[in-house]
Design a protein around this ligand. Sequence first.
Ligand SMILES: Nc1ncnc2c1ncn2[C@@H]1O[C@H](COP(=O)(O)OP(=O)(O)O)[C@@H](O)[C@H]1O
Ligand SMILES: N[C@@H](CCC(=O)OP(=O)(O)O)C(=O)O
Length: 367
Amino acid sequence: MTQKKRIVIKIGSSSLTSLHGEISRRKLKRIAEEVVELKEEGHEVLLVSSGAVAAGYRKLGCVERPTALTEKQAAASIGQGLLMEAYSEYFLSHGYVASQILITRTDFSEEKRYKNARNTLKILLDRGIIPIVNENDTVTIDRLKFGDNDTLSAKVAGLVDADQLIILSDIDGLYDSDPRKNPNAELVRDVKEITPEIEASAGDPGSAAGTGGMKSKIEAFKITMASGIHAFLGKAGVRGLLLDAANGTASGTYFTPAEKTLDSRKQWIAFNSGPEGTVTVDQNAKNVLTAHTGELQAEHVISVSGRFKNGAVVRLKDENEEEIGLGIINYSSEQLQHFRELDEEAKAIVDSEGLVCRIDVPLPATI
Ligand SMILES: Nc1ncnc2c1ncn2[C@@H]1O[C@H](COP(=O)(O)OP(=O)(O)O)[C@@H](O)[C@H]1O
Ligand SMILES: N[C@@H](CCC(=O)OP(=O)(O)O)C(=O)O
């Protein structure tokens, strides 16, 4: 009997579009058919689907996929509805209900919203619905965009405690170098660690429709591997690929999670919180903090940048500007600045009371 899994499937723009960059109903139906096969096997399925811009730009009056942000946002507001309509129609005809979730980065960076999104998605999955997630392109400002849906899909997989993330693309897996530049590039079938060689091999998108290329997919797999989630990269449109990927028999690249993984709070700190400031510490503190036993006392803080409240996530750096980790700080930036201005006697009193920070997520192990 097959083990029932919770599977997140990311469908890139290039997997849903024709040569001209418009949505292809035929391609969408092929993928939807495979999703239905997974549902019939009893798996829970959540889709992260790109394609809103592709589905809408013609109707906006553009002759090709726009590059200006405002046009992309306007195209997405037309296309997102059309995309959902196409999925919904197909799934309903097979007795499955789809739901739409549009997400922005702040939905992840604010812990309350993160937990709320998690609860909603879990209810939908428990009830057999197929949630379809996309970035809320229409309202997201450039600086705060995910941009590509690869890292979004890995974060969503972490959010719902998925067993597996399947990324469908226009290529049948990760190659040891960018196949457009090197015709002798070879398919890598198993990845247990993202090495510097893998990072160097990952190039840009293969088509005008794609956004992140292999680079953003590798970022996504770093997140799944650190979060204990199995992942697979394969080519959309290959008959039976989704079922085979779920069973571990598909042709493509499998990414095995690390042995030591982060619990859900640490995942949130590492990948979603968005540090609000930087605290530079002296060598003594660095030694203690990186030994994992340590707690940072105020006297070891050399400088503070950014404005943050107590309870914020901050980046910790050493005197050479090297990052040593992320932690939740017990003092605001103002309190820390104030501390630096006290005389030694006053400092000794505050310091004996004050734990400033404990390192929660060491670097570079996980990011
Ligand atoms: N090392 C690599 N292995 C495989 N593909 C790569 C690599 N480096 C760059 N690419 C390119 O990444 C493309 C897939 O990413 P992208 O175009 O963004 O598609 P999607 O829309 O599916 O996200 C491939 O078509 C390929 O040309
Ligand atoms: N959110 C955008 C998709 C962004 C994008 O192109 O991502 P991808 O094709 O997955 O690299 C849309 O729906 O058009």
